[in-house]
Design a protein around this ligand. Structure first.
Ligand SMILES: C[S@@+](CC[C@H](N)C(=O)[O-])C[C@H]1O[C@@H](n2cnc3c(N)ncnc32)[C@H](O)[C@@H]1O
Length: 461
């Protein structure tokens, strides 16, 4: 503990900001939005910005494991601690357990000082005691020991799901499902992947540039970017910060899109001049990809029920210089009724459905704590309504691609099996599940379906 209090306080601002975000998320805010708001309110130097981001997302992801440590170390269980103290202790414990570069003294002193400055002075000794207790335990472990080692909860008889969930800080229900769906080593890889910082992938806009030029501009500006082997994308691993500051953003030579998401639009085999409907389109990652793939030539409708998100789509299309996309704010379940002239009209329909997002838990730190089995059942119902509403819009011999960024079979394979059993005039061309932990990038599912009957179905009503 060689650091003076003043030296340790140098890092107070990013930790205070992270603490504010943890409190906002506990009150219901989305982590991304809350962090962006706080960073706009209190601009930080880029190193502090990166630290605030790492601590915020890390502490949110590791919430279950951090609570388990508080339960083990404190006199009062985590769930009964005053909430502000609980989130502050999460930040302190996170630094001690997960950060190799933050000195232990800085983690402890800044936590105690924040407690004092925020009017929790009476509880500062509690914070100090818990963090020092953790440090003492940690000192008995080899440096490379994982943060769950010696956690007392893991010593008793626990189920495999309890243990997996606790070690990787996943809700128990999700850990249980992973072990049902996957062999233990793949469930382990999935769970571990949820806690890794996701890569930042770029999709090249062929209307404006090519991969070599974009790579050259990035390298010239000092970024370490690499071409991906399995696609035309570029990966920038380990980079925080606002991608809008990367070279080429204003010129629209690329957009941000995960490498797995970049696999979806090509599955439609889109050709110039086609009539294409992207039914759940905002904020437009796949609509703009489709527009690029058809050389900006064709009839491409981007429908979404959120007008605000459609405005973002339009801004993205404008920046990329794409003009063939037409937007429509509507409920995609009802398009066949509200636009009867669209029945049998489209060569291709993409349904990138609202889903549980279980394939993108690494990207959305708070998502695992928001989603639950009841919400998934509701989403399955909505996905089915969307599929049923969209089938009549596909032209004879046309195709519909159903995609999700989840791994839940009820939202994926089961959805497709159910659809095919209800609609004999359709066949499955192919489907694929990409599992986090087995592929790089987000988890995705896609099924390509083809209409085999000659006449478009009529919508009911
Ligand atoms: C997975 S996101 C789509 C992402 C988008 N395809 C992309 O690549 O950027 C799902 C979208 O479905 C929209 N949505 C949900 N229910 C809808 C409905 N009934 N009709 C139209 N859009 C809907 C949401 O507003 C959300 O923008």
């Amino acid at each position: 503990m060689g650091l003076t209090v003043e030296a340790a306080l140098i890092g107070l601002a990013p930790r205070q900001l992270a603490w504010q975000v943890l409190q906002a998320v506990a009150a219901g805010a989305y982590a991304d939005g809350a962090l962006e708001r706080e960073l706009n309110r209190l601009p930080l130097e880029s190193a502090d910005r990166a630290l605030a981001t790492e601590l915020t997302y890390g502490a949110i992801r590791q919430q279950r494991l951090l609570d388990a440590w508080l339960d083990a170390l404190g006199k009062v269980p985590a769930a009964r601690q005053p909430p502000r103290l609980r989130w502050l202790l999460h930040l302190g414990c996170y630094q001690l357990l997960f950060s190799e570069r933050i000195p232990a003294a800085a983690a402890v002193n800044t936590t105690v000082e924040l407690a004092k400055r925020a009017g929790l002075g009476r509880l500062a000794p509690v914070a100090n005691g818990i963090l020092r207790g953790l440090l003492r335990l940690r000192q008995h472990l080899p440096a490379e020991a994982p943060p769950w080692q010696w956690l007392p909860q893991l010593e008793g008889p626990v189920t495999a799901a309890e243990e997996l969930g606790l070690r990787h800080s996943l809700p128990a229900w999700l850990a249980g499902l992973l072990l049902q769906w996957l062999p233990p080593e793949n469930a382990e890889a999935f769970a571990a992947s949820c806690n890794q910082a996701p890569s930042l992938d770029l999709r090249i806009n062929p209307q404006r540039s090519n991969r070599e030029q974009v790579l050259e501009a990035l390298h010239k500006a000092g970024f370490s970017a690499e071409p991906l082997v399995e696609s035309q994308a570029i990966g920038l691993r380990g980079r925080g910060g606002d991608p809008r500051h990367l070279p080429g953003y204003d010129e629209g030579t690329w957009c941000v899109q995960d490498r797995s998401a970049q696999r979806i639009a090509p599955l439609l085999d889109p050709q110039p001049g086609m009539r294409i409907l992207d039914a759940c389109a905002a904020p437009g990652g796949k609509s703009t990809h489709l527009a690029e793939l058809i050389g900006d030539q064709g009839e491409l409708w981007a429908v979404d029920r959120s007008e605000a998100r459609l405005r973002r789509l339009q801004r993205n299309a404008d920046r990329l210089g794409l003009t063939c996309i037409q937007t429509l704010a509507a409920d995609a379940c009802r398009l066949a009724m509200e636009r009867p002239h669209w029945q049998g009209h489209f060569d291709r329909v993409l349904l990138d459905a609202p889903c549980s997002g279980l394939g993108t838990l690494a990207r959305h730190a708070d998502a695992r704590w928001r989603i639950n089995p009841g919400a998934i059942a509701d989403l399955v119902g909505l996905q089915q309504q969307l599929l049923e509403g969209l089938l009549p819009l596909v032209a004879p011999r046309g195709q519909l691609v159903y995609a999700t960024c989840t791994v839940h079979p009820a939202e994926n394979d089961d959805q497709i099996t159910g659809l095919l059993s209800r609609h004999p005039g359709w066949r499955l061309v192919r489907s694929q599940q990409w599992w986090p932990g087995q592929v790089e990038g987000d988890g995705f599912f896609a099924a390509v379906l083809q209409r085999t009957d000659e006449w478009p179905e009529r919508a009911a009503g």
